[in-house]
Write a protein that binds this ligand. Structure first.
Ligand code: GLN
Length: 485
């Protein structure tokens, strides 16, 4: 067995028992990147020298005694997490040469615990998209079937974990961008509760929705990474002072007495038959493990796509106003006046999808339209949250598909942004409501493409999701699977 094939928990044991060094593990991942990334295309930059230095430092710590859980473990990072001294592009030409002078809090936490950072991975430009195809630098392929999308926007994170180029990755989820690529690539992706993980140093897309979380090869690893990244941070005013449990503790608890809600609105028209079949099997597995199932209703689901694209675009238009060529990244060199410089920088620096969002968002916020669009969307957002709160009176978690279909061919929706927006229908309510959501592998389509199961829970109940996901993983035996590449 190659050491890159180990899960984080297996590698932890091997490192602690001195059967493996972090340098060996890191070198094995770097070698794997060299051999498969020409096919998978997940990495925008590989920081080999720094990674090996971090691995050596981890080995010195391990030699001295007990270390943090993630010490010596190699990760990839979505390229919107600021890394001191390492280019952070957001997948965009406008940030092509942006080298942050500081680390995001989650990066700082990984480094403090002795983790190894292998490099930065592909994403849709500014995290806007569902396929990672708007990334300007490299477009990840689905490791299970190159030619199909890896999903997005954290497509590089999901593909790099599924292709075993790293043991885990951090991504971000504004409307499904951790859960959807995790589902399409057959890995575990967790979007924590809004406020659970600091977003300091995450390049902002939509600040009331963005959340950072782990993509890993199994559920135990997801819990381990959550232990490492959660917690209040005074530099992120939206992070919450809340006790952090040991997320691995709940895993081995059974499902007895747990009430699993099945939301009828998530199984409507447009749901692929194979996806429905995989979810039905998962429901049965949870019943077999001792859970009760109840039908629940989330009646405002039909509005969530419209509400999300108004709110997310409005916030994006405001957040992206800072890219004007003055302080960050790309600047047009030919303009003769300041206004021309702004116009040319933004016209040439941003891609079409980003510009589309800025236009929608600016329109929705403009005087005379604010009440009709942004304010109305915010009111409906509250109704969506109320739906979940009502549902959680009769269940402890909600099970559903992650996406209406398995992965599709690259380029399939290139001229139809609306079709892509609609494919987010099952993931975006969790962001609007601020609740945690998780995707765990459930099965495969007849084309051999992975299909994930989504679990959503009340605020700060990640442990319940991890426990249920762990039980599903035991039933499906789909933890730590790797395609032939
Ligand atoms: N696909 C959604 C969008 O395009 C979600 C993106 C995300 O979660 N970052 O906005």
């Amino acid at each position: 067995m190659n050491s890159y094939e180990l899960t984080i928990s297996q590698a932890r044991t091997a490192l602690d028992n001195k059967e493996l060094s972090s340098r060996e593990l890191t070198s094995s991942c770097l070698e794997r990147i060299r051999s498969v990334d020409d096919t998978v295309h997940s990495f925008i930059s590989v920081t080999e020298k720094e990674a090996l230095q971090q691995a050596d430092a981890a080995d010195r710590e391990i030699a001295q005694g007990t270390v943090a859980q993630l010490c010596g473990i190699p990760f990839s990072l979505k390229d919107l997490l600021c890394t001191r001294g390492v280019t952070t592009t957001c997948g965009s030409k406008i940030l092509e040469n942006f080298v942050p002078p500081y680390d995001a809090t989650v990066v700082e936490k990984l480094k403090e615990q002795g983790a190894v950072i292998l490099g930065k991975v592909a994403m849709d430009e500014f995290a806007m998209g569902s396929t990672s195809e708007t990334c300007v630098f490299t477009i990840p392929e689905n490791p299970w079937n190159p030619g199909f999308v890896a999903g997005g926007s954290s497509g590089g994170s999901a593909a790099s974990v599924a292709a075993m180029e790293c043991l885990g990755s951090l991504g971000s989820d504004t409307g499904g961008s951790i859960r959807q690529p995790a589902s399409l690539c057959g890995v575990v992706g967790l979007k924590p509760t809004y406020g659970r993980v600091s977003r300091y140093g995450l390049v902002a897309f939509a600040s009331s929705l963005d959340q950072i979380g782990p993509l890993t090869r199994d559920v135990t690893d997801s819990a381990m990474v959550m232990n490492g990244i959660s917690g209040y941070d005074k530099r992120d005013s939206t992070s919450v002072k809340q006790d952090i449990p040991d997320f691995t503790n709940a895993l081995s608890e059974g499902m007895k007495g747990l009430r699993v809600g099945i939301p009828r609105e998530y199984f409507g028209a447009g749901l692929d038959g194979e996806v429905a079949g995989v979810v039905e099997r998962a429901i049965q597995l949870l019943r077999d493990a001792g859970a009760e199932t109840v039908e629940v209703s989330l009646p405002h689901t039909e509005y969530c796509v419209a509400v999300y694209y108004l709110i997310a675009s409005a916030e994006a238009s405001s957040n992206l106003a800072r890219y004007d060529g003055v302080v960050y990244g790309y600047r047009d060199q030919n303009a003769e006046s300041l206004i021309d410089m702004y116009r040319e920088t933004r016209s040439n620096g941003f891609g079409d999808e980003v510009k589309r969002r800025i236009l929608i968002g600016t329109y929705a916020l403009s005087s005379g339209y604010y009440d009709a669009y942004y304010k109305k969307a915010s009111q409906v957002r509250t109704l969506i949250l109320n739906d979940f709160q009502k549902a959680y009176e009769s269940c402890d978690l909600i099970i559903s598909p992650v996406t209406p279909t398995p992965a599709w061919r690259r380029g399939a929706h290139a001229d139809d942004p609306l079709a892509l927006y609609l494919s987010d229908i099952l993931t975006i309510s969790a962001n609007l409501a601020g609740i945690p959501g998780l995707s765990v592998p459930g099965g495969f389509s007849s084309d051999g493409l992975p299909i994930g199961i989504q679990l959503q829970g009340p605020h700060f109940q990640e442990e319940v999701l991890l426990k249920a996901a762990y039980n599903l993983e035991l039933g499906t035996e789909l933890g730590n699977r790797c395609p032939e590449i």
